[in-house]
Design a protein around this ligand. Structure first.
Ligand code: C2E
Ligand code: CA
Ligand code: CA
Ligand code: CA
Length: 283
């Protein structure tokens, strides 16, 4: 199996922090990376917990750099944001994922795919029109696409975000709040932002089977409350970062709808994901 984090060299922090290398990476990203297929989207299964059926995936970007090996998104998405490259990159990602979705739709695979969007794309004001036009031009059923929006301080202009989310949802695509519980999350935003899905951050999921019993009880109580509120608001829940059977069972016990994590499936190529779908019953 060559799934997800494969045996390639992983980008070291010293390299990332050196300015020369940052510049070289940015130039390569701007120049050839998109054109030469060095960038690749992997798909991590999302499973309905009550049936264990794979109902979708999250698209995660990788950069197979000719010299540096496999680069994880945390080592270049930030660079792209700083260098004003995030919008072309984001549109490239949406188009790649869109083409894959169109192919799966054609093959009658009944799946939704989540794509991570940058707050800067909202800030530029073009996210909704870009997403809706990609969906239309590729002939994708809009409901198959889920935008994942991480709450962060950088959601400066909440009104602009609000209207673009409404626009995307009016067109039929879905929106998820990503990384809920990882730092800047607020219950107020959960109640007021127009979203369909709440993704519970792996930092919460991973405390559900903590050896520290007090912490475990506290996290379980917190997650339970969040799940209940979210479902009362008519939204679905996804627990991220499920790595152990105990975490999985705990999520099932508290009624979380969907799950994602290494226990349920690693990020894999579109072709590998199709194989999973064929074995799975989502077909
Ligand atoms: P995220 O959106 O929270 O994505 C989930 C991350 O958790 C992924 O890391 C995934 O590989 C990892 N993960 C999944 N299951 C488990 C598990 O059981 N345990 C642990 N420890 N980790 C797990 P990845 O692919 O390195 O992506 C990191 C972040 O980079 C993402 O966090 C997202 O914020 C960003 N990112 C990834 N792809 C894209 C993209 O296409 N566009 C943008 N704008 N951001 C992206
Ligand atoms: Ca995400
Ligand atoms: Ca997440
Ligand atoms: Ca994240």
């Amino acid at each position: 199996k060559s799934l997800g984090r494969s045996s390639h060299q992983v980008f070291s922090p010293e390299l990332r922090d050196s300015n020369r290398n940052r510049l070289e990476l940015v130039e390569r990203l701007r120049g050839v990376a998109m054109a030469e297929h060095e960038l690749e989207m992997l798909y991590q299964p999302i499973v309905e917990l009550s049936t264990r059926i794979v109902v979708g995936a999250e698209a995660l970007i990788r950069w197979n750099h000719p010299e540096l090996g496999l680069l994880m998104p945390d080592s270049f998405i930030g660079l792209a944001e700083d260098a004003d490259l995030i919008i072309p990159l984001s549109n490239w990602i949406l188009t790649q994922v869109g083409r894959t979705l169109a192919a799966w739709q054609y093959k009658d695979f009944n799946v939704q795919v989540g794509v991570n969007v940058s707050p800067l794309h909202f800030a530029a004001g073009t996210l909704a029109t870009d997403v809706n036009s990609i969906v239309d031009s590729l002939g994708i059923e809009p409901g198959r696409l889920v935008l994942e929006l991480a709450e962060s301080k950088s959601l400066h202009d909440v009104d602009a975000v609000y209207y673009q989310l409404m626009d995307v949802r009016r067109h039929g695509s879905l929106v998820a709040i990503d990384d809920f519980g990882s730092g800047f999350s607020s219950l107020e935003r959960l109640a007021t932002l127009p979203v369909d899905i709440l993704k519970i951050d792996k930092s919460l999921t991973q405390h559900l089977d903590s050896k520290d019993l007090q912490r475990r009880r506290a996290m379980t109580a917190l997650c339970k409350a969040v799940v209940e509120v979210t479902h009362d608001l008519g939204k679905d829940t996804v627990a991220e970062g499920i790595e152990t059977i105990d975490q999985l069972e705990s999520c099932v016990d508290m009624g979380v709808t969907f799950g994602q994590g290494h226990l349920l499936g690693l990020p894999m190529t579109a072709t590998q994901f199709e194989t999973i779908l064929l074995q799975n019953g989502a077909h």
